[in-house]
Design a protein around this ligand. Structure first.
Ligand code: COA
Length: 178
């Protein structure tokens, strides 16, 4: 852990479009094919977009971007700088995202993850995301290999008009692929 992190509180703030450069930089640390600053700015300015940035002191170390269509949302990208990995930043961002989406009335959060991405798969599993599908050979890696994408979903808030709703009921639906 770097000195920029030690003894500092983690702060998570909503990312406005002005944070596009920061998110693009953080994303390029984690992904071979990162979005440009313009891509991120357009995304953040678009309908239903929600971006969060996690910082220790004044230094940003992680981000998450999601897009909500009201009831449903999709986590589009999450990344944490190498220097801050395994310090709880990714988990804090994911939890903050769910809280914010819940407040906006979103009931289900979806995402796609490379099946070989152990860190991310563990993170989502720990937060009770469930597999609802597989996209075979969906991701092309830098060395030309292809990996499956797992499609995951979490019910983050039960619909208010469904009095019989429980997480278990929804998980049952997910398991049967309906
Ligand atoms: C996935 C990622 C965001 C996790 O961020 P992080 O801040 O390092 O994760 P956290 O410290 O919050 O870890 C929370 C939990 O996730 C799991 N986890 C995180 N990194 C892990 C790893 N390398 N191996 C196994 N489990 C891991 C663990 O359960 C961990 O809890 P623990 O530390 O108490 O065991 C980060 O590794 C990253 O930026 N990866 C590159 C970008 C990426 O793959 N994004 C996801 C695309 S879908």
């Amino acid at each position: 852990m770097t000195s920029a992190i030690q003894d500092k509180e983690l702060e998570i703030l909503k990312a406005e479009t002005a944070a596009a450069a920061t998110i693009a930089r953080l994303q390029s640390e984690s992904f071979d094919k990162a979005w440009s600053e313009e891509d991120v700015r357009a995304l953040l300015a678009g309908p239903g977009a929600l971006g969060l940035i996690a910082s220790f002191g004044d230094t940003p170390f992680g981000y998450v971007i999601a897009r909500s269509t009201g009831e449903e949302a999709e986590l589009l990208s999450i990344g944490v700088s190498y220097a801050a990995r395994r310090a709880g930043v990714g988990l804090a961002l994911l939890r903050h995202l769910q809280t914010t989406l819940r407040e906006l009335g979103t009931t289900k959060l979806f995402l796609e993850v490379d099946s070989t991405n152990r860190a991310a798969v563990e993170l989502y599993s720990r937060e009770d995301f469930r597999k609802i599908g597989t996209r075979k050979l969906y991701y092309k890696t830098a060395n030309g290999k292809r990996n499956d994408a797992l499609v995951l979903r979490k019910v983050i808030r039960l619909p208010v008009d469904d009095t019989d709703a429980t997480q278990a009921n929804y998980d049952g639906v997910a398991r049967h692929g309906i």
